[in-house]
Design a protein around this ligand. Structure first.
Ligand code: SAM
Length: 237
């Protein structure tokens, strides 16, 4: 069943008029028939079954019963160093599919991407659009937030119950052994890796170094690997 996120707060019986973008997608791209069942997730993340209808050239949903609240998702924050555009946008899309709940773009010593002042706002909006589409497509029960880029020294506020840094020079501690119940924040470095001074800072800030195995993974692979291992062996929420 297709699902759509909307900003408004909905109630059973509402006739909800979709915005231009979703209207076009439903009527022109999918050519969805009237009374087709869809799911709508409103601004409070409440999920409703709904059925589509068309009136005066616009696309509507008749809001049906509210669905039982799904199991709360585990809070997982990915603090990933900004990397080249295509791979960065791949990280956002795949991390959303794999269960991340927040993505924090990091500026580190070896980050090659530099965002001009005005550019940052436009980029963050694009990244959140990619996240929203990925969450919609993968039937996530909520939308993943992509924050403004932050410097490594400002990451304290994004800590969780478990705080890990995937460090390419770590040879002893594996990711799995650090997973147990609770929310998780994890750091992944850029193409150039994490510097000595950065790993010292992260360790002192309470991020535990973990290895992702003996192979050196690309940053985008490392993010997908961490989220997959959390999903498979994560030790509950
Ligand atoms: N320049 C680094 C080197 O050649 O050793 C590689 C950096 S890697 C492309 C990007 C990031 O992915 C690393 O900073 C780290 O966060 C993560 N990563 C990749 N392979 C890893 C591994 N085997 N163990 C832990 N982290 C890894």
């Amino acid at each position: 069943m297709r699902q759509y996120f909307v900003q408004e707060i909905l109630a059973e019986g509402d006739e909800y008029a979709f915005d231009r973008e979703i209207s076009h997608h439903l009527s022109r791209v999918l050519r969805m028939k009237e009374n087709t069942e869809i799911r709508i997730i409103d601004g409070s993340y409440a999920a409703f079954s709904a059925s589509v209808f068309y009136r005066d050239g616009r696309t509507y949903a008749l809001i049906g019963p509210r669905e039982e609240k799904g199991a709360e998702e585990r809070e997982i924050t990915c603090l990933a160093a900004l990397i080249m555009k295509d791979k960065w946008e791949l990280i956002i899309q795949k991390a959303c599919e794999l269960g991340v709940t927040r993505i924090v773009p990091l500026i580190t010593e070896r980050t090659v991407i530099r965002l001009e002042k005005g550019e940052s706002e436009k980029k963050v909006a694009r990244w959140n659009k990619i996240a929203r589409e990925a969450c919609q497509q993968s039937n996530r029960s909520r939308i993943v937030e992509v924050t403004e880029p932050v410097k490594l020294k400002d990451i304290e506020k994004y800590k969780s119950d478990i705080n890990l840094v995937a460090y390419e020079n770590e040879e002893k501690v594996s990711l799995v052994e650090k997973l147990h119940e609770g929310s998780i924040s994890f750091v992944v470095g850029p193409e150039g890796g994490i510097s000595e001074s950065e790993i010292d800072y992260l360790t002192s800030a309470g991020f535990e170094r973990v290895s992702l195995g003996r192979n050196i993974l690309r940053a985008e692979t490392a993010v997908m690997y961490v989220l997959s291992v959390i999903d498979a062996f994560g030790g509950g929420k």
